[in-house]
Each structure stands twice: as structure tokens, then as C-alpha cells.
Ligand binder design. Structure first.
Ligand SMILES: O=P(O)(O)O[C@H]1O[C@H](CO)[C@@H](O)[C@H]1O
Ligand SMILES: Nc1nc2[nH]cnc2c(=O)[nH]1
Length: 281
């Protein structure tokens, strides 16, 4: 190895622990105050982005817990985030779906934004699927495209090592599923940039982000991914491009291809197996 090459750590379990403030809420988690249905042991958690919570309606044998009934859980304040933790089965696979996520711009600390990810690890989750609504920066993108998140840019900071945050096998699987479902023509792949929000970018800001090689921009996802990787979860992410940032006039379409996005996640669930078994590819 050349002296100038960075040292890359590949084992999340060996990465440094987050600060005590990040651990605090989890230590307070009262396991007796909230019990998921015993017959559903989720090994996948899905975080639904803005307007994308309809996915939870596809779960079978589902049981929903409003966030307001879960002790110490943050509350959803943003439109398009219903605020339910839904347990159920998708394609026969046990999962837990967050119908609503938390954002830093809502006033939550990053510890609280990522709290549900760490709670999900207590429930036995080993794979995290993150989804979001994002603005397209890449000039080849169209509104309604679905972007497979290949990497991210996290403006606020970096830790632990994120060189392999998004699971390559799950990415391959997603492309196969998209091909089978006739979605390849609008499946993009790219880098998601997390900004603080809540305002969308100015034209000048969009140009800066594009020059940093970001393909899409949003106000979420990355903190959840960092915490999930810190816990050793596999991560897979999709962005639904709801608008483009290539002109001063913002054209927004939140409906986009929600149906296709749900089918892609469903298709993925059909092919993901828990750790004892290998991925079916
Ligand atoms: O990232 P999700 O939760 O999908 O939400 C996205 O949509 C909201 C903007 O409409 C922002 O919060 C942005 O981050
Ligand atoms: N920051 C940001 N978040 C978004 N979420 C959906 N679209 C956008 C966007 O254009 N910019």
C-alpha cells in the first residue's frame, strides 16, 4: 500500500463508538413498554420517505403502533409522514415499516432522528431499506425516476468510515428486480447529498452540489445510514426524484412513480433472506 492511501475500515463492529449523547436514548428504551407482535420477528426495517408511506399498506398481517403511543419515540411533524410503526409481512417476509421519519430541520437532534434505527436493531433487524423523496441534480434525471443510492455526501460530518455504506449485493439485486419489473428505463444510480434544509436549494447551491458529483439532494437518510452501518446492518436505499433543480422554476411531482417504487421494494423483500441464508440472486 502506498503511504498516501487512506486506511479503510471494513468492520463496523470495530468502529469507534458514538458519543454518550447518541447512546443515551437507547439506554432509556423501555422494552416492556412496547412489544411488537411475537409472531412477527422483523429482520428488515424500511424507512418510508416523504409521501412514500403507502408502502406500509401493502404489509400483510400488519399491526400498526402510532408513534404517539410508543414511549420516548419522536413524533412526526412533516406532511407525508403518517407517524406509525407498522409490523407485518411483505412477500412473506417479516419486516417493520416506519411510516414517517424524523428530520434534523424538525428540531430533533441527530440522536433522535436515528433513534428508530437503533431501536430496530434491538428488535433483531439486520437489513435497513431507506427511501426518500429527493431533488434531481444530475441533468440526465427526470421527475419520477427512481435512484438507487450508490453513495452519499454528508455535509454535516463523517463518522464512522462510510466507504462501503450501501450493500453491493442488494444493489445488484435491485437492478435485477427493476429489470424483471420493466423499471430499468427509469432506474438511475447515484450519489445522494444530505443537506440540513428545510428550504430547497437555490440555483447556485444546486450547481455547487452538482460540481461535488451529487446526483440528488434531500434532507434525510444519511444519519440513519451512518447509525445503521455503525450497528453492522446492511443498507439499501432508493430516492424517488420528485423535482429537478436545473432551473429557477421548480416543477414538482410527488406522485411520480410511487406504484413502481412500492413494487421495487416488494420485489426486493421477496428476494432478501435473513443472515442464516444467503441472498437469492
Ligand atoms: O427525505 P424525506 O423524508 O423523503 O423528505 C424529503 O421531502 C421533504 C421535502 O419535501 C424533505 O424532508 C426531504 O428530505
Ligand atoms: N433539499 C431538497 N430536498 C428535497 N426533497 C425533495 N426534493 C428536494 C429538493 O429539491 N431539495
Amino acid at each position: 500500500m502506498e503511504a498516501s492511501q487512506p486506511v479503510i475500515h471494513h468492520h463496523p463492529s470495530k468502529l469507534p463508538c458514538p458519543g454518550p449523547e447518541l447512546n443515551a436514548p437507547l439506554q432509556e428504551w423501555d422494552k416492556t413498554a412496547f412489544s411488537p407482535p411475537p409472531q412477527i420477528l422483523p429482520f428488515v426495517a424500511i424507512i418510508c420517505g416523504s409521501g412514500l408511506g403507502g408502502l406500509a399498506d401493502l404489509l400483510e398481517n400488519s399491526v400498526a403502533f402510532p408513534y404517539k403511543d410508543i414511549p420516548r419515540f419522536p413524533q412526526s411533524t412533516v406532511p407525508g409522514h403518517a407517524g406509525n410503526l407498522v409490523f407485518g409481512e411483505l412477500q412473506g417476509k417479516a419486516c417493520v415499516c416506519m411510516q414517517g421519519r424524523f428530520h434534523y430541520y424538525e428540531g430533533y437532534s441527530i440522536a433522535m432522528v436515528t433513534y428508530p434505527v437503533r431501536v430496530s436493531t434491538l428488535l433483531g433487524v439486520e437489513t435497513l431499506i431507506v427511501t426518500n423523496a429527493a431533488g434531481g441534480l444530475n441533468p440526465k434525471f427526470n421527475v419520477g425516476d427512481i435512484m438507487l443510492i450508490r453513495d452519499h455526501i454528508n455535509m454535516p460530518g463523517l463518522f464512522p468510515c462510510m466507504s462501503d455504506a450501501y450493500d453491493a449485493d442488494l444493489g445488484r439485486l435491485a437492478r435485477e428486480v427493476a429489470e424483471e419489473q420493466g423499471c430499468s428505463s427509469f432506474l438511475q444510480q447515484g450519489v445522494y447529498c444530505n443537506v440540513g434544509g428545510p428550504a430547497f436549494e437555490t440555483v447556485a447551491e444546486s450547481k455547487i452540489l452538482l460540481s461535488l458529483l451529487a446526483d440528488a439532494v434531500g434532507m434525510s437518510t444519511v444519519p440513519e445510514v451512518i447509525v445503521a452501518r455503525h450497528h453492522g446492518l446492511r443498507v439499501f436505499g432508493l430516492s424517488l426524484i420528485t423535482n429537478l433543480l436545473d432551473s429557477e422554476e421548480l416543477e414538482r411531482n410527488d406522485e411520480g412513480r410511487k406504484g413502481e417504487y412500492c413494487s421495487c421494494v416488494e420485489g426486493m423483500m421477496g428476494r432478501i433472506h435473513c443472515k442464516q441464508n444467503d441472498l437469492l440472486v
